[in-house]
Design a protein around this ligand. Sequence first.
Ligand code: G6P
Length: 609
Amino acid sequence: MCGIVGYTGGEACVPILLEGLEALAYRGYDSAGVAVFDGEKISLCKAQGQLSNLSVLLREQPLAGSCGIGHTRWATHGEPSYVNAHPHMDDAKQIALVHNGIIENYQNLKQMLIQKGCEFVSETDTEVVAQLIGSLYMGDCLSAVLAAMRLMEGSFALSILFYDEPRTIYCCCKDSPMVVGHSESASFVASDIPALLPYTRDVCFMEDKQIAVLRPDGVDYFNEFGLPIEKTLTHIDWDVEAAKKGNFEHFMMKEIFEEPVAFKKTLEQYVSVKELRLKTDIFPWSQEEAAALKKLSIVSCGTAYHAALLGKKFIERMAGLPVEVDIASEFRYGDAVLEPGDSLMVISQSGETADTIAALRMANGRGCRTVAICNVIGSTIAREAETVLFTYAGPEIAVAATKSYLTQLIVLYLTALDLAQKRGRMSAEAVASRILEMAAMPERMQRILDNRERIQYFASRAFSVKHVFFIGRGIDHALAMEAALKLKEISYIHSEAYAAGELKHGTIALIEEGSLVVALATQPELLKKMASNMEEVRVRGARVLAVTNGPADGVAANSHEQWELEPMEETLTPFCAILPMQLLAYYMAVQKGCSVDRPRNLAKSVTVE
Ligand code: G6P
């Protein structure tokens, strides 16, 4: 949500800002703008809609200067419009700033500033911040930023240009991500790493209420009391190309194609494939702790929540440990019973989802044992959880999560194996046989990708359908939740997931001639039950697509089309079954002409509530 970039160095800043904004576009936006300091004045250029609109304007009226800030805005306060787009300035035109987050007390601050004579042109909370800093500025930029930080409530990441300090950018944040990039002759700031990758991989992650002062020859950091602090640089080893589309039409397809490699990379971090054993020390619980565990809570949002639902199945089945799964926004305002010493796991690709961070902080505050599954080193969640199990998906740009989901499942599966072994529920040999099968998974996955035409052809006939129901039992039901989310978020086709056994309790009333039902039927012991459910919807006019674990009895007669996965141990089927579901969503969306990588109204990283 919203993207910030900033550059100060020896080169013209506009191309660098535009490239950075393009790299952050995946976060979702509806307008964009830049502010450039040309040595004499700060000039703004803003445009509603696509970034290309801003580029056109900047070509027509170029802004010269080697220090500037840029922003992609995802509207919260005030409609998407030119006036509400960032950057915003104070009345005196002394400062320009861009902002991510929500200032919760902006109405009070605005009233106070109006009484002082400030005039507002936009409806945004961001303009309030600009006027606030402007009104507090008495010739010392750092003091003005510090004083404003003390008055603002809510979340913010700010990059600020002061007219009186050329070639300098002030940055600060609270509950909103911000990363500073260091290089020999320039300094950078961005909301996320991909915007920095073409220029530097040496970065510093900003922490709450810290201030960074960026100049071409270096960055000074201060704490909330204005005292200088030292920060450590983190070297990011993501490939620059990993954040580019390459020869693919969409990031989503590229990322689906990266899944076999992401699988292998993640697996190899947690197991010795050669010795067919888990690297048990990496996992959070020792043998004694694992044996003493009474339950595990997992909290997350969106796709990561769906990964948690499957994690529950894996852990309960293999390790015999009860798992409670919650949506982070429900958990944080619910009545969670958390005792000191309880274990709570959060799952987050970005490590910056506001609700998930709140849940983690709540658990940390209550003395719980906290574990995070996270894809981004240095992110808030990675910093604040007691133990981090990283996923190795690399940067994920498409809003629809694909490879991050797969890698979250791998870590959850391996956690389940580790707990099962430590709790005496699985022998080393049984674990070894699962690892052996997992090691073969990337090749199986590749074969599904190589045979994608069948899925594409199916989508070309099915894309005009109005409703799709994904049904399954057990592990398949958890997977169906993610399959339905993928389809609805990028193709805008109404889709729902149901436990197949629950159909008769209501949902079957929705089945009519032409409804599409995708039946996930990969669990052998539940196959007969699934076949009956398919029959029930087929006779009511539904078109049934079945996904099975190898050839499956009774399915052909009750479905119109069957996609067989190569036979495998039943708990491992999600690793392969998710691919045709992601590809189906992708091809349906492409057929409908939807914006696959940037679906309407959605943001990749939900950093505000
Ligand atoms: C947004 C994204 C989803 C993601 C969810 C949680 O809704 O569009 O793809 O699953 O946030 O994000 P996280 O970064 O915490 O996994």
